[in-house]
Design a protein around this ligand. Structure first.
Ligand code: FAD
Length: 472
């Protein structure tokens, strides 16, 4: 093979529009070999994220093939795989887009250092975020720990316009061999649930762009008022696509910014939400323990319950609290959950059921197709009260008053809770086709009575908090 070959190591950046690493890899006219590596990080993903990643990979492989390129698939240690491909192809450079969770950073550092020692150009690029985590600092040169000043620090910044779509990738004269995606069985742990979630997922760059366009056309004006109503369909749904890089945050930012300038009422609020994602990555980058340790030390020793049978009822959407159960079933059926519902189920688990936030964090990690290590960890700690910029512990969502407020017409509840309805919609029925058979749940069951007394649960949580703060 010729020497002007470049490897493009794809991980969470399955797009052609605004792809800095791809633009650089293709820039000097060299042949580009796109590679996806099934490594330990992929192996250890939860069931739904692994399935969804497999779909993203398969979809992008087809998109590359349409452009006369290919996606080379390999399993193994990334450094060994890349070295092997370099030996086979004569490539002189490897490019990739940065991700910022601690495990990815450690892996990428090791790969970069070793390839450089080999005399290979190894270059990481931005693309996953609007702002590199080290580029946003307080006046004292420290990371931000509170969202509002973070937002104030970034909102006026110039953000470069998205890069043009890469329309062509020059093929090498000979392609290296590739493994077969289906042999990796990335949907295996989802079992029959994969077929259900597939109906609701929006896979690939075209769907992501379509979603953005539809959101800007139909919902951005009312985003601020309606974003908290789970049945309003008023949010963008783009977290799924951002997770796999099927759209860039910069593309969303600029599209949203145009609407700010045109005076769309909800546009700035939408950008603020997008910046919550940045803030989460910023926190995880600077505080790598965020997913495992209480961010506030004073929470260590709090008597949260470890996993327990109430938490199992929570996981199964069988708590007898319709808002909580609708939300948990939504996640099982669609692979996502509305943001307000996420806050309510997290509050219910950590406060009414007094269960450790890490139990919930892990379940989301297994079930969400938009699972993001930073947003998930930050948000669980935020709701539990133990995190940076957290909601105070005494803010306990009451799932019934929340239901009255945010699902007055019962639309959300009926969409996902089958029991008790004369004509339940398909989405409610889908739950029983998605869950493991071993749960033994069937559509003809009776909807359960509440497993927790809301008033008593709230008081118990608050009393535990008081005792923990003031043991005397
Ligand atoms: P939109 O309202 O359209 O917002 C646009 C984008 O802004 C989103 O796509 C997302 O990237 C970002 N965003 C919006 N709200 C938040 C937020 N509160 N925190 C961080 N980013 C936000 N989001 C994930 O992407 N992955 C997760 O694993 C995840 N876990 C969560 C766990 C809990 C307990 C909670 C309370 C929230 C979690 N979130 C997570 C944040 C939020 O719920 C989702 O980003 C949002 O529901 C996605 O829907 P959307 O794309 O329609 O958002």
């Amino acid at each position: 093979m010729s020497a002007d070959v470049t490897l493009l190591w794809l991980r969470r950046d399955f797009r052609f529009y605004d792809h800095p690493a791809m633009v650089v890899a293709a820039a000097n006219g060299s042949a580009v070999i796109p590679v996806f590596i099934y490594d330990d990080h992929v192996e250890t993903l939860g069931a739904a994220p692994k399935w969804r990643l497999g779909e993203a990979v398969g979809h992008f492989a087809d998109a590359l093939a349409e452009k006369g390129s290919r996606l080379i698939l390999r399993k193994g240690d990334p450094l060994e795989v890349l070295r092997d491909l370099i030996a086979q192809t004569g490539a002189r450079a490897v490019h990739w887009s940065r991700t910022y969770d601690p495990a990815s950073i450690a892996r990428d550092k090791r790969v970069k250092a070793a390839l450089k020692e080999d005399g290979i150009t190894a270059q990481s690029h931005a693309g996953h975020l609007l702002f590199e985590p080290w580029s946003v600092q307080t006046g004292k040169g420290e990371p931000y720990k509170v969202y509002s000043p973070f937002w104030r620090a970034v909102k006026g910044r110039d953000i470069a316009v998205p890069l043009k779509t890469v329309s062509e990738l020059r093929a090498p004269s000979v392609w290296p061999n590739s493994e077969n995606l289906s042999s990796w069985r990335m949907g295996e742990a989802m079992k029959r649930g994969a077929a259900v979630v597939a109906k609701y997922a929006h896979i690939g760059e075209d769907r992501a762009q379509g979603r953005l366009a539809a959101f800007l056309r139909d919902h951005i004006d009312h985003y601020k008022e309606l974003r908290d109503f789970p049945s309003a369909g008023a949010t963008s749904g783009l977290s799924e696509n951002l997770t796999y890089g099927e759209i860039s945050p910069r593309a969303i930012w600029h599209a949203g910014w145009r609407h700010v300038q045109e005076g769309a009422a909800g546009a700035e609020h939408f950008l603020k939400e997008l910046v919550w994602r940045e803030f989460a990555c910023h926190l995880l980058y600077h505080f790598p323990d965020l997913a495992d340790a209480n961010w506030r030390n004073e929470w260590n020793g709090f008597p949260w319950r470890p996993d327990n049978k109430d938490a199992e009822a929570w996981r199964r959407g069988m708590t007898g609290e319709p808002f909580v159960d609708a939300a948990m079933r939504e996640m099982y059926v669609t692979g996502t959950m509305h943001n307000r519902a996420r806050m309510i189920v997290a509050s219910y688990l950590t406060k009414h059921l007094m269960t450790d936030w890490r139990v919930g964090r892990r379940w989301f990690e297994d079930c969400l197709i938009d699972w993001d290590p930073a947003s998930n960890a930050m948000s669980w700690q935020w709701v539990a009260g133990s995190g940076p910029d957290a909601a105070p512990y005494f803010r306990v969502f009451n799932p019934r008053t929340q239901l009255e407020k945010f699902d007055k017409s019962n639309e959300y509840r009926e969409k996902f809770i089958f029991e008790g309805q004369a004509n339940p919609p398909q989405s409610a029925r889908d739950f029983f086709d998605a869950i493991p058979r071993s749960w033994g749940l069937t559509p003809d069951q009776t909807y359960p009575s509440p497993i927790a007394d809301l008033k008593g649960g709230r008081e118990r949580a608050l009393a535990a908090y008081q005792r923990h703060r003031d043991p005397s």
